[in-house]
Design a protein around this ligand. Structure first.
Ligand SMILES: Cc1cc2nc3c(=O)[nH]c(=O)nc-3n(C[C@H](O)[C@H](O)[C@H](O)COP(=O)(O)OP(=O)(O)OC[C@H]3O[C@@H](n4cnc5c(N)ncnc54)[C@H](O)[C@@H]3O)c2cc1C
Length: 543
């Protein structure tokens, strides 16, 4: 069936996630520009999206989550990893842990050094600050008045305060702010929340813009193909309420469908590795071998320390009265454990002293479970995961069919690289040193995961492989750069295709040393700025 016409726009943004909502909001600030935002998922009108602890209802739930599964991961003993990604207005920012972390200045300086002018720390810092509404006011590193509220957590746990003390005893200093360029130390994570409610990009950026007459937002409208004529993107096909539809594009198509969705859509549209496209009967408009390659993710080596005593989430969840009180505390005061999403305490450290800068991050919480979907353990814990911030293992996203509704094959190759295995072993031993410090002695911590008798490299690595879990930070599949595998240039334009950009976490050439939501939002702020500047430049060239 020939798609029905759905009008003509200056910009069509595909994917209303962390990046897409920022782009739609910024581009539509100019009332003369007509902007269309297309999202596969539904509206964010479910209360659990906005209550931080509700993330445990969103994960694995097709209402809000794509519910991907990887191919058998060779570094995890052939285990298939379930992978959550937001499929709702706000994308992954509507289901994530809300930790606000930018990474290290050196991450961006590395991007600059490897052929990406304009992406050094001093270039990107103003864009982080532009978004921000920082609870403690503005300074040289933080902004106020932006759409993204950043606050301190509203709930602290005594056992985690003591863990922080223990980390200091083994040489990891206490710090209060991970977002000043050097994040070495241990502290509570800042959160993208406003008064105990989630501040997704749908809430922070899109909602205040949605009334604009020049902005059209369609949910439950998956994009199926970008139409390329000659060497330019000219239209976007999607499935709307009325069936297949097509929107014409006067200005640009901006792909913000995320690290799995963006390369899938480019491949479906004839942009990618030629052999892969031909295998699925797709005409090659532009051969770009890097589309879908270079997939990187943070994978956590999990740890659980069983405690003899202590107030923890496990103890509260296992007591019906305390469980009810947590609900009452949240609904009356917007305080308490229900304001926690991700594990609240984090630390950035060197897995061994020879590493030039912190190369591992741990997240610690007081809740634990055997695997997703099982209930809390019946004993108090400190639990969490520690990941290699700059892994060397690389994977891919590859279509398995020309049918857009068929999920692509995802393989991360977690822990396949030998150095990644070394870092995983060293980082578990680092955590054991912290748990052995005197500040925690009163809790009598015992190794539950990995078990205490697992000490030799081989046995410990087998345990790590068996229990490792994604930290949900995939990036890199439409990487920015100048080499043969680069997909976009430093202005995020798809190489060799006019009027087409990719603007989301997939453009990161390498992972940043931290969580990836704030960087995705920064990329969109900078992307929107570049799009508007390029527009003004081309208009004045014509005039
Ligand atoms: C469970 C979880 C916890 C996390 N915790 C944290 C955290 O605490 N802190 C942190 O910094 N980061 C965290 N992250 C990571 C962070 O949220 C992501 O890196 C970030 O949201 C990525 O932004 P994005 O714009 O690239 O993609 P997304 O936000 O995933 O947006 C992509 C959007 O595109 C839509 N889409 C895909 N294909 C199509 C199509 N064909 N047509 C139309 N729409 C389409 C998707 O439905 C989605 O809405 C977490 C992620 C998850 C999943």
């Amino acid at each position: 069936m020939e798609p029905r016409a759905f009008g003509s726009f200056d910009y069509v943004v595909i994917g209303a996630g962390s990046a897409g909502c920022v782009l739609a909001s910024r581009l539509s600030e100019d009332p003369t520009l007509r902007v269309l935002l297309l999202e596969t998922g539904g509206p964010d009108d479910w209360h659990w999206i906005h209550i931080p602890a509700g993330l445990f209802y969103s994960l694995g739930n097709p209402r809000t989550d794509w519910c991907y599964t990887t191919e058998p991961e060779p570094g995890l003993g052939g285990r298939k990893m379930p992978i959550a990604r937001g499929r709702v207005l706000g994308g992954s920012s509507s289901i994530n842990g809300m930790a606000y972390v930018r990474g290290q200045a050196a991450d961006y300086d590395d991007w600059l050094r490897t052929g990406n002018p304009g992406w050094g720390w001093s270039d990107v810092l103003p864009y982080f600050m532009k978004s921000e509404d920082y609870a403690h006011g503005s300074d040289a590193f933080h902004g106020v008045g932006g759409p993204l509220r950043v606050e301190e957590p509203r709930m602290r746990w005594t056992v985690l305060d003591d863990l922080r003390e223990a980390a200091a005893q083994v040489g990891l200093p206490k710090i209060d702010d991970f977002n000043r360029g050097d994040n070495e130390g241990c502290g509570y994570l800042q959160l993208t929340q406003r008064r105990g409610r989630r501040c997704s990009t749908a809430r922070g950026f899109l909602r205040p813009a949605q009334h604009r007459p020049n902005l059209t937002v369609l949910t439950r409208a998956p994009t199926t193909r970008i139409r390329i004529e000659g060497d330019r993107a000219v239209a976007v096909e999607f499935l709307g309420a009325a069936g297949p539809q097509v929107a014409q594009v006067q200005g640009e198509v901006i792909v913000s469908a995320g690290t799995y969705g963006s390369p899938q859509l480019l491949q479906l549209s004839g942009i990618g590795p030629a052999a892969l496209l031909r295998e699925h009967g797709i005409a090659v408009h532009r051969e770009l071998p890097g589309v879908g390659e270079n997939l990187q993710d943070h994978v956590n080596a999990r740890f659980i320390q069983r405690l003899a005593s202590g107030d923890t989430m496990n103890t509260r969840l296992n007591n019906p009265l305390k469980k009810m009180l947590m609900g009452i505390e949240y609904f009356l005061l917007r305080q308490g454990p229900m304001t926690n999403g991700a594990p609240p305490l984090s630390g950035f450290a060197k897995s061994d002293p020879s590493r030039g800068r912190p190369n591992v991050q741990f997240h610690a919480t007081t809740a634990s479970y055997e695997s997703l979907g099982t209930g809390p353990h019946p004993f108090p814990v400190i639990a969490g995961g520690i990941c290699n911030l700059r892994p060397r293992s690389r994977g891919f996203v590859r279509i398995q069919s020309a049918d857009p509704s068929v999920y692509p094959a995802l393989l991360h190759n977690y822990l396949v690289d030998e150095d990644d295995q070394r870092v995983a072993l060293d980082s578990v031993r680092l955590m054991r040193r912290i748990f052995g410090a005197s500040a925690l002695a009163g809790y009598e911590p015992q190794d539950y995961m990995p078990p205490g008798d697992c000490t030799a490299d081989e046995a410990l690595l087998a345990q790590i492989r068996a229990k490792a879990w994604t930290a949900f930070h995939p990036v890199g599949t439409c990487k920015m750069g100048r080499d043969a595998m680069a997909v976009v240039d430093e202005r995020l334009r798809v190489r060799g295709v006019a009027q087409l950009r990719v603007v989301d976490a997939s453009i990161m050439p390498t992972l940043v040393s931290g969580n990836t939501n704030a960087p995705a939002i920064m990329i969109a702020e900078k992307g929107a700025d570049m799009i508007l500047k390029d527009r003004r430049a081309s208009m004045s060239a014509v005039a």
